[in-house]
Design a protein around this ligand. Structure first.
Ligand SMILES: [Fe+2]
Length: 321
C-alpha cells in the first residue's frame, strides 16, 4: 500500500468527488433511500467540487437512471421545452441521449444551454456503454478559468463583464444529424411554421434572417458572460469556447458564432488564450460502465471527445434545475 496517494488520485480528488457504492446497495429502491438520507451532504459536495462521480451503483438502464435522478427531487428541466440546439432522443420523460452528433465530431467545452435564456442548474450523465476508444467527457471548472483569465489578461475579462456576449447560430429546416448543433428550428423553437417561429423569436428579443433552403440564421439578445455563484466566486459562464471552435459560421452573412454584446468581434488571440487556459484546467477521465456524473452546470463546463470502434457509446443525460 503506498503511503502517498497517487498523483492520479490527487488529481481526481481535486476535480471531482467520487462516491462509491461501498455500502452494498443492490437495488434501485435502496439506492433511492440512500440518496434521500444523504441528499444534503451530496449537495454540499457538489457545491464544493462542482462534479460528483457515483460509481458501482445498481443503475443499469434508462429506467433505473430515471429513478436515481428522481430520488433527488430536483425540478426536471425538459429537453422538449428547452432551446437546446443538439439533437437528442428521449428514453424516458426525463432521460435522453446526450447528443446524436456523429462519433468523429468533438463537442467542445460548454455550459449546457448557456447560449439561451433558460439553462439547467444540474446535469446528470449516465454511461450505459463505453466506446472502444475515446469518448471521454472533459470537465473544466469555469470559476478556476475565470481566475486564470484574470491573471493572464484582466482587460479581456473586463470586456466580457462590460459587454456580455451574443450568439449567432444556424437552425436547420428539419433535424440535421451530421452536426452537434443540428436540431431543427421547428423543434428548437417549439413551432410549426415560419410565422410562429418569428413570433417566438421576437418574444425572445432575438434577430433573425431566413436563408436558402428555409434554414434560419438567429442572433440572440445580449447575455452576461460571467455568472456570480452562491459562494461569491465568479464563473466564466458562456459558450465562447464551444461556439468559436465548434459552431459553423453562417456562409451567407459570415457572422461569427459569438461576439461581444456590442457587436464587436472577439479577437482570435483572446479565443486561443481562453481555450488554452481551459485546456490546462481540463480533467479527462475515461468512462466506466454504469458511472453516473452529477455536474453543477453553473460552475463546470463539459464536452465530448470523438470516439471510435464498433461498440456503441451510450451516454444518457437528465437535466434539472
Ligand atoms: Fe452538453
Amino acid at each position: 500500500m503506498p503511503l502517498i496517494p497517487s498523483f492520479q488520485s490527487m488529481i481526481d480528488n481535486f476535480f471531482l468527488k467520487e462516491l462509491k457504492n461501498d455500502k452494498g446497495l443492490e437495488s434501485v429502491d435502496s439506492t433511492q433511500a440512500w440518496i434521500n438520507k444523504n441528499k444534503v451532504s451530496i449537495e454540499n459536495f457538489l457545491e464544493e467540487h462542482g462534479v460528483i462521480l457515483f460509481s458501482d451503483f445498481p443503475v443499469k438502464n434508462a429506467e433505473n437512471f430515471d429513478h436515481f435522478v428522481t430520488a433527488f427531487n430536483f425540478e426536471t428541466f425538459t429537453y422538449e421545452k428547452s432551446l437546446s440546439n443538439a439533437v437528442r432522443i428521449n428514453k424516458t420523460d426525463k432521460v435522453f441521449t446526450a447528443n446524436e452528433a456523429p462519433k468523429e465530431i468533438e463537442i467542445f467545452l460548454h455550459h449546457e444551454m448557456a447560449q439561451t435564456p433558460i439553462y439547467p442548474h444540474r446535469i446528470f450523465f449516465f454511461c450505459k456503454s463505453t466506446s472502444e476508444k475515446g469518448g471521454e467527457t472533459p470537465l473544466c471548472r469555469s470559476d478556476h478559468l475565470y481566475d486564470a483569465i484574470y491573471r493572464e489578461n484582466e482587460s479581456l475579462l473586463k470586456n466580457f463583464e462590460k459587454y456580455g456576449v451574443i450568439y449567432n447560430s444556424i437552425m436547420s429546416d428539419g433535424d440535421e444529424l451530421v452536426s452537434g448543433q443540428g436540431r431543427s428550428w421547428q423543434k428548437t423553437l417549439g413551432v410549426k411554421n415560419k410565422n410562429e417561429a418569428e413570433i417566438k423569436l421576437a418574444q425572445l428579443g432575438y434577430e433573425w434572417t431566413w436563408m436558402q433552403g428555409n434554414n434560419l440564421s438567429v442572433t440572440t439578445c445580449t447575455f452576461e458572460a460571467i455568472k456570480t455563484l452562491k459562494d461569491g466566486s465568479k464563473s466564466f459562464f458562456n459558450q465562447v469556447i464551444a461556439a468559436s471552435l465548434g459552431w459553423k459560421k453562417s456562409s451567407e452573412n459570415e457572422v461569427s458564432p459569438v461576439r461581444y454584446g456590442n457587436g464587436d468581434e472577439i479577437d482570435l488571440s483572446a479565443i486561443e488564450l481562453i481555450a488554452e487556459l481551459a485546456n490546462s484546467l481540463t480533467f479527462l477521465r475515461s468512462w466506466e460502465e454504469n458511472d453516473i456524473l452529477l455536474i453543477d452546470n453553473f460552475r463546470v463546463m463539459h464536452g465530448r471527445k470523438p470516439f471510435s470502434g464498433s461498440k456503441a457509446r451510450e451516454v444518457l443525460v437528465s437535466l434539472t434545475n
